[in-house]
Design a protein around this ligand. Sequence first.
Ligand SMILES: Cc1cc2nc3c(=O)[nH]c(=O)nc-3n(C[C@H](O)[C@H](O)[C@H](O)COP(=O)(O)OP(=O)(O)OC[C@H]3O[C@@H](n4cnc5c(N)ncnc54)[C@H](O)[C@@H]3O)c2cc1C
Length: 397
Amino acid sequence: MAKRIVILGAGYGGVRCALTLEHEAKKGEVEIILVNKHNYHQFITQLHESAVGLSDERDIRVPLDEIFNGGRVKLIKDEILKIFPRDNSVILEDGNLDYDYLVVGLGSEPEYFEIPGLEQYSLTLRSLNSAKHIKTHIENNFAFYKNHPLHREFLNIVVGGAGFTGIELAGELADWVPSLVQKYDIPKKMVSVTCIEASSSILTGFDRHLVENAYRVLQDKGVRIITDIAIESVTADEVRLANGEVLKSRTFIWTGGMRANNIVSQAGFSAMVRGRAKVNQFLQSVDYPNVYIIGDNAFITNPDTGEVMAPTAQIAIQSGYIAALNILAEIRSESPQIFRPRELGRVISLGRNVAVGKIGKKYKTKGRAAGFLKEAIQWKYLYSIGGLKLVAKKFLK
Ligand SMILES: Cc1cc2nc3c(=O)[nH]c(=O)nc-3n(C[C@H](O)[C@H](O)[C@H](O)COP(=O)(O)OP(=O)(O)OC[C@H]3O[C@@H](n4cnc5c(N)ncnc54)[C@H](O)[C@@H]3O)c2cc1C
């Protein structure tokens, strides 16, 4: 009888897993069910562009039935509420689902570290809707300022966190300012973009050379970068820092911490840092061997170096692929593959057509070439998610 494989989440990892199963499984071998709260996949890696109005719905959302139109993957659009791994079942808003194998790829949610006011007063960048919210919020603030010129805090934008999301966003915001001030007829010198980071450097974990380049590019664009100082509290109109400085601002965007989706913690899987579930080298939960955990939900280390892998789209795609192959191997009583994450490179965009990057060990660049590289990586994601069909469709758009 066909084994039922339920995949939770149609993000980078979940879609890759379902596509691999669809492609590799023999007829009648498995039943593949993919559950997601929306009927589309989102290219989260491009959201910083949507927050300033550069990419729209067609760039960010890909309907799932365009990706899976072969018929082997059954799509369920529903909210996942709880996983009961002991009972091999998942509770959805509209019913229950039992499984033989489960793949958990529910992505991340913001981590607020119990900083007073942070959750209540910050905007976040997690979906197209949240990106649109940031854009509208900033535009409304600029419009408000025109009629209330004593309230400079409406023109100050603060980004909390200088990892790649915060840095990419700060770069886009800085490039957006000239057109914003023109639209609302406000002197440019009245507007500020500030990025705050608690650790001693921006882009922690990145090559020093790239960090220095990024720092210089952002400063040239007028971004104020504050490092080594934690945020103490946030209110509707100010951000208080641990050194006593108070930044008056009506726009605070939090990118400084992510943790695994709460559903993963609630399922009772043994967890490591920030709720990420512990997996063995084959990506099986250490608690339940018929549950595979992928992407941002898993605490993944490189088995050869012991390095803890940062949660990224590349790792999510690779883990979704290997989880699919290992489930099939188990069903066929074959040997599973050890998951060896490969980081193909890192490219960070710093606004329009500027980026810093490193591909392999050798190639370092900044400027337009890196901007094109970033674009190429987005195309690669598109290919991994939707194959040539989607690449061609987007290219011809
Ligand atoms: C702004 C931003 C920029 C980034 N840029 C880069 C980059 O340039 N390069 C890079 O490698 N990484 C980048 N990342 C990180 C990358 O996006 C994540 O590591 C990646 O998306 C993780 O993939 P995933 O499959 O684990 O989860 P996700 O892609 O987050 O997918 C999770 C899926 O689960 C669904 N879901 C969640 N909860 C439920 C529920 N209760 N019920 C039903 N469905 C649910 C969601 O709708 C989503 O479809 C960026 C992240 C952000 C936020």
